[in-house]
Design a protein around this ligand. Structure first.
Ligand code: ZN
Length: 199
């Protein structure tokens, strides 16, 4: 969003699925407002659950944040939104580290999905609406560095998987955030102590 906002009219789309932390939704709204997007659409999917919220939800060693067919669902809805608004680009923020874990973040998936959207929609087909993933070749550490250079308001971001008003700094999301900022050598304004690497 921050790499595109000066060049394009940006619309943001956030999915409110089952069990999403209220703070994560608040954070998405605050960042979209700060980026002055044309519209921030919230799409509610209250029955869509992550593996940790599905009874007996073990999915071949995938993490608790795995959601069955997450991106097939999310990008079909994004395609519908793109058709409604006649936009030429759908942009996702998946990074290289995500693609190592989840099948529905890989290039083959998005290439096939783009074709599917064109086959299913006269308007998307005519406009050749593309799915772009500008962070797909970057690690989380590189994403943090890029975000710092784009002046992304880190104080408004949210990484914790737990429900609460503050980051817990213990869950997988928080630990990954701590490690990424530390390795990037960038101070996280939300961290409870200074994360900058001492050399
Ligand atoms: Zn946490």
């Amino acid at each position: 969003m921050y790499s595109l906002k000066d060049e394009y009219d940006v619309r943001a789309l956030t999915f409110e699925y089952h069990g999403i932390a209220k703070r994560e939704m608040d954070s998405a709204k605050a960042i979209a407002a700060k980026a002055e997007v044309m519209e921030h659409r919230l799409f509610r999917l209250p029955d869509l659950k992550e593996a940790e919220d599905i009874p007996g939800g073990e999915f071949a060693g995938l993490p608790p944040t795995y959601m069955p067919l997450r991106n097939s669902i999310f990008y079909s809805i994004a395609g519908s939104y793109a058709e409604e608004k006649r936009v030429p680009l759908i942009v996702g923020g998946h990074n290289m580290d995500d693609a190592e874990v989840f099948r529905d973040v890989r290039s083959e998936f998005f290439e096939a999905l783009e074709r599917t959207l064109w086959l299913g929609s006269t308007i998307l087909n005519r406009r050749r609406t593309r799915i772009r993933r500008p962070l797909s070749r970057k690690t989380k550490v590189q994403v943090v560095k890029l975000a710092a250079s784009l002046k992304v308001p880190f104080e408004l971001t949210w990484s914790c998987h737990r429900v609460g008003m503050e980051h817990c700094w213990e869950c997988a999301g928080c630990l990954s955030r701590l490690e990424s900022f530390r390795e990037a050598g960038i101070n996280d304004p939300l961290a409870p102590f200074n994360q900058t690497k001492v050399t």
